[in-house]
Design a protein around this ligand. Structure first.
Ligand code: DAH
Length: 339
């Protein structure tokens, strides 16, 4: 039996040292030490030995088993390391291969201007509100105190979906939604898309953008409106910018005004951009009409407020030197990339 054990061990050592893969090694382990392995089978014959011989052979067999296991482990470790370094050698990185080009996107000029406006108002403590573009006639006209016969209600001007639903023609309906859902103090702006039944030309588009503003609280005055607009105009068009208010009429404000700023190109001395007018109209504004407050269950004897609405596209165009509105909507990347 001693010779048998020694022969198995010798053969095992030879084979294990030559194993080329971990799989070969595992097959060898099973073949030698497994249930039906060579060494295991020899050990089964121990029963036939005499009582003196048995412990000696047992010791010898255990020793052989340990030696084989140790060798298996050692070779396995070497093979693992070899496999790893082979893998690293195979996966050479070719640093001369040209890299992938990243195309950096840009914000659309309208988005840039909208975000600039949002930042100014967020800095003044306003919140940004949103409303639907498919709006009810109630929110878009009725609750805003627009009389039945108001020209803006005409189908020539408004896209109707049915008698009670239209594409909003202004961002002003968001005022109504906010006042219905929130108690004063209210300080919001609402930037968004609006729709009018206009033909496309250099200064008109059936889709354009506005930003609405609304402040409602106890004791809000026209002075607050003027002060706010002055500050916003200076932030948007430059420190030297002045504003002027011209009396106007809007159904939802009383008194109402159209607001001009000194031309941002010539500073108010006259140039091509302002057509020598020195002033450029940028928004409509006024004190929220008592009827509008009442329509939103707010008592005009307790609360007052101001509101304004500004066209974003014209501001974006003027600031980027774009003279044709169509360029903003055609979305030709070669054009838009410049801004
Ligand atoms: N909604 C008006 C428009 O589309 C703009 C406007 C004027 C909004 C005066 C207001 C306002 O909130 O007070 O022409």
């Amino acid at each position: 039996m001693k010779q048998k054990i020694e022969a198995i061990q010798e053969k095992a050592f030879g084979l294990i040292k030559e194993a080329a893969t971990l799989k070969d090694l595992e097959d060898l382990r099973v073949g030698i030490l497994g249930k039906k392995g060579d060494l295991t089978l020899v050990l089964r014959e121990m029963g036939k030995l005499s009582a003196e011989e048995r412990p000696l052979m047992g010791k010898l067999a255990n020793q052989a088993r340990n030696d084989i296991e140790n060798l298996l482990e050692e070779v396995a470790l070497n093979l693992k390391q070899k496999e790893k370094s082979d893998k690293i050698n195979r996966e050479v990185i070719d640093i001369t291969v040209p890299g992938k080009k990243f195309v950096l996107g840009k914000k659309h000029p309208i988005t840039q201007t909208t975000q600039k406006i949002e930042e100014i108002f967020l800095g003044l403590g306003y919140e940004i509100a949103e409303g639907p573009e498919i709006e009810t006639v109630y929110h878009n006209f009725d609750a805003l105190n627009a009389p039945e016969e108001h020209p803006s209600r005409d189908e020539q001007d408004t896209f109707y979906i049915n008698e009670k639903v239209c594409l909003r023609t202004q961002t002003s309906p968001v005022q109504i939604r906010v006042m219905h859902n929130q108690k004063p103090p209210i300080k919001i702006i609402c930037p968004g898309r609006v729709y009018r039944s206009d033909d496309v030309d250099a200064t008109h588009s059936p889709v354009f953008h506005q930003v609405e503003g609304l402040v409602v609280d106890k004791g809000v005055t026209m002075g607050d409106l003027v002060g706010t607009l002055k500050l916003v105009a200076k932030s948007l068009f430059g420190e030297k910018t002045e504003i002027r208010l011209r009396p106007h009429h809007f159904p939802f404000t009383e008194p109402s005004a159209e607001v001009d700023v000194t031309c941002w190109t010539c500073g108010g001395v006259g140039c091509k951009v302002c057509k020598n007018e020195c002033w450029v109209e940028i928004l409509g504004a006024g004190m929220v009409h008592p009827n509008v407050l009442r329509n939103c269950n707010l008592d005009p004897d307790i609360y007052s407020g101001f509101a304004f609405g500004m066209g974003i596209d014209r501001v974006a165009m003027s600031q980027s030197g774009i003279n044709d509105m169509r360029l903003l909507f055609e979305n030709d990347l070669r054009f838009l990339k410049q801004f």
